[in-house]
Design a protein around this ligand. Sequence first.
Ligand code: F6R
Length: 615
Amino acid sequence: MCGIVGYLGNQDAFPILIKGLKRLEYRGYDSAGVAVLSENGQLEYHRRKGKVDDLLQHMEGKVPDGNMGIGHTRWATHGPPNDVNAHPHLSGDGELALIHNGIIENYHALKETLVARGHTFYSDTDTEVLVHLIEEIMKSSEGLDLFEATRVALNEVVGAYAIAVVDTRRPHELVLARKSSPLVIGIGDGEFYIASDAKPIIEYTKNVVYLDDEEVARVSLSSGLKIRTIANHKVTPVITELEMAMESIEKGGYEHFMLKEIHEQPRSIADCLRGRLRLGHETIRMAGIDDHEEMWAEAKRLIIVACGTSWHAGLIAEYMLEDFARIPVEVEYASEFRYRNPVIGKGDILIAISQSGETADTLAAIRMAKEKGAHVFGICNVVGSSISRESHSGAYTHAGPEIGVASTKAFTAQLAVLALVAMRVGRLRGALDQLRFNRLLVELDAIPEKVEALMKSESKIEALAELYKDRPNALFLGRGYNFPVALEGALKLKEISYIHAEGYPAAEMKHGPIALIDENMPVFVVATKDAHYDKVVSNIQEVKARGGQVIAIVTRGDTEVATMAEHVIEVHNSDDAFVPMLSTIPLQLLSYHIAVKLERNVDQPRNLAKSVTVE
Ligand code: F6R
């Protein structure tokens, strides 16, 4: 989704803006632009369809000079990706330049009013309407400066926004605002760094202020940072210290972030368990649950909301929570849940799972649940994200920044947190006896080491990728805890390699998808030794009987499936509930190597955004 950067200080703004835009590339985008304001109020702006490198190429020999500027990567919503629709957008008189992440829902009505007042528009975007609206307010209300006019304008706006605006008449001042789309202000020594998330800021300063919804900020070289709400209440900025390390946002010698993140999983799962899984004490400590024990013990029902890969983690959590805690659980796509009239209220706990913590639908779902009286427990990876801040309680996954668009380490870290939650709640509710709990603790503790061992299969998986990379379709099957793994395997393959793939519960195959099976169809079956093993073996036979080619993920030492499958990849044994943290790894590696062999843009697949901040 769109990325925003800004700089105000004493250094050359342009290189900082470009570096910042590159740090945000992972979010997914289709065009880029910058505007730089020189000391004497000269505004230079450039916009280009394509990547930041295309913008740089277009600007060769035209590096703008100035200590203040804004930059943007656009993910098209209103109007196709082209040079004209790229940001920044300018006011009619050319004095204001604005960048925006989000959607102005009532842009059409605003545009009609502005057209009637003589404004003309050159782009198809909703953003251009906003900058004209600010201009109109400045003109019609004599004396209102950029900050005030922006605040007043935002009272007329319906929708989501993170914006940065500059005014050529005030070259030492930047105005920012947010509602539902994130915006972070880095506080340096006499300088300010603005970005959609902390990654472009971390190399300059650790001190940041997260803007809250409906807040407008003015950063000025003379008067510092001032924040008010759009309703004009004063807000005292709260400075937070970033914990992120620079290495975590670099590739560290790997060809792609995705590969680095796959390989980081032994560490990220261990980080997630550290301090919480207390083997010696035979307990689990999780502040988000410890502080609300009674509520969890008495909860009537759990509702899990999430999107995409996080939703797959939610499905696995459903099985764990039902098994360990014997509590009814529903798992919902956030986008479906929020547009129904769901029965939810006091006594229910809504668990929101989100890597970015900014997914618009998940955020809207938690707001709705809160309004209806439910307690919201957020599981996020990005520290300080909107969902983490708006949840009543929660747990971070501590996987570190995930930059590859395809979620890998965040998924397994989510599974680790959810396992802890399910076990902790299981004990609280008396559904999990101490003996089984202790056995589970030992199994969970051993997961990082078993994930590490799996990395040794990479060369074998790479060879399989070569064999299957040119197949146009693929089927992924699994049962029980491994059914969501099949869904996740299919999602990984399609999103980064653009191969059509479907994930199915293995037993459902005969209700339709079996018609697809012939000698050209690779069928990836997760067939580990669990409660469903014999049934899955029968499903493999059904595939084989129709000429399908089976590639199976099996438990180490399995000899039965090996006699039926074309290829097997072994994973260590564990409790059924924890096997997904293992069985998903070969599927991640397989998708990665297929995508590399097909020369896809692995870290930034087409059309996708890392953080989906529009509905
Ligand atoms: C797939 C993927 C997406 C996200 C989804 C939710 O690899 O990354 O499906 O899982 O967009 O994002 P978060 O978890 O940030 O809410």
